[in-house]
Design a protein around this ligand. Structure first.
Ligand SMILES: C[S@@+](CC[C@H](N)C(=O)[O-])C[C@H]1O[C@@H](n2cnc3c(N)ncnc32)[C@H](O)[C@@H]1O
Length: 225
């Protein structure tokens, strides 16, 4: 687990919808996997909206109360850290206080759903291994784990994780952001695109109208050629 390096911060379905450019109605009946979903409320809200979503993260091996205790301090740390940073654009969130509101709403919604649905929706485990069948999911999402933590997670981890994500995905995967916290494109990307072991995969940067970290106005779409 890289929990001490990766913060426990969750985003809402609305944020996922914006930066992954999700068409919620088109996802009805599809199997969706959210990898490294942590305390995001995406799965809780998606299931409430009638979608079939599964969440995967190492923290789901922990009791809800232990997760709850981490949420407040991690959020305080991040809100303090982003104030005044030049690497963020504030058009969507407008202020650190409003950003905090989104994050609190996400983790509270997650914690309630985790208490109610536990292991059925929330599967514990860690990349680069996924405990799912080949081609089990139509759409796999990865938000704020790969690429952005380039300084903690090496190229080999990214390669093995991407291959494993595409093993369990029969449709496509979307990954966001593709820049580091400094707003610089992750240096692993070019090597991954041209790696012969990835020859069966296609990569496309898809522009969106959402940007928070500088340069994060696009997601990476990965598909089978
Ligand atoms: C910054 S949070 C992102 C949560 C959510 N995807 C979102 O964007 O709101 C990063 C998450 O990655 C999880 N994580 C850390 N190492 C992981 C691994 N090896 N495999 C899967 N998830 C991991 C952490 O537990 C944490 O919940």
């Amino acid at each position: 687990m890289v929990l001490d390096k990766v913060v426990l911060l969750g985003r809402t379905l609305e944020e996922y919808r914006r930066y992954f450019a999700l068409d919620i109605d088109a996802l009805r009946g599809k199997e969706i996997l959210d990898v490294a979903s942590g305390v995001s409320s995406f799965t809780a809200e998606a299931c409430r909206a009638g979608l079939k979503a599964t969440a995967f993260d190492p923290i789901y091996a922990l009791p809800g109360e232990s997760i709850r205790q981490r949420c407040g301090p991690d959020l305080d740390q991040v809100i303090d850290a982003v104030r005044g940073l030049k690497t963020y654009r504030w058009e969507f969130y407008r202020s650190p206080e409003r950003l905090r509101g989104f994050r609190e709403q996400a983790y509270r919604t997650f914690l309630d759903d985790f208490a109610e649905h536990g292991g059925r929706r929330y599967v514990p485990g860690s990349l680069p291994v996924l405990p799912f069948a080949d081609g089990q999911f139509d759409l796999t999402l990865v938000s704020y784990l790969l690429f952005v933590y380039e300084d903690h997670l090496d190229h080999e981890f990214h390669k093995r994780s991407l291959l494993e994500i595409m093993r369990v995905t029969r449709g496509e995967a979307r990954l966001y952001p593709t820049v580091t916290f400094e707003g610089v494109p992750c240096s692993y990307l070019d090597r991954l695109y041209t790696d012969p072991d990835m020859g069966h995969l296609g990569f496309e940067m898809v522009p969106t109208d959402f940007e928070f970290l500088v340069g994060s106005d696009r997601y990476l779409r990965v598909f089978r050629r």
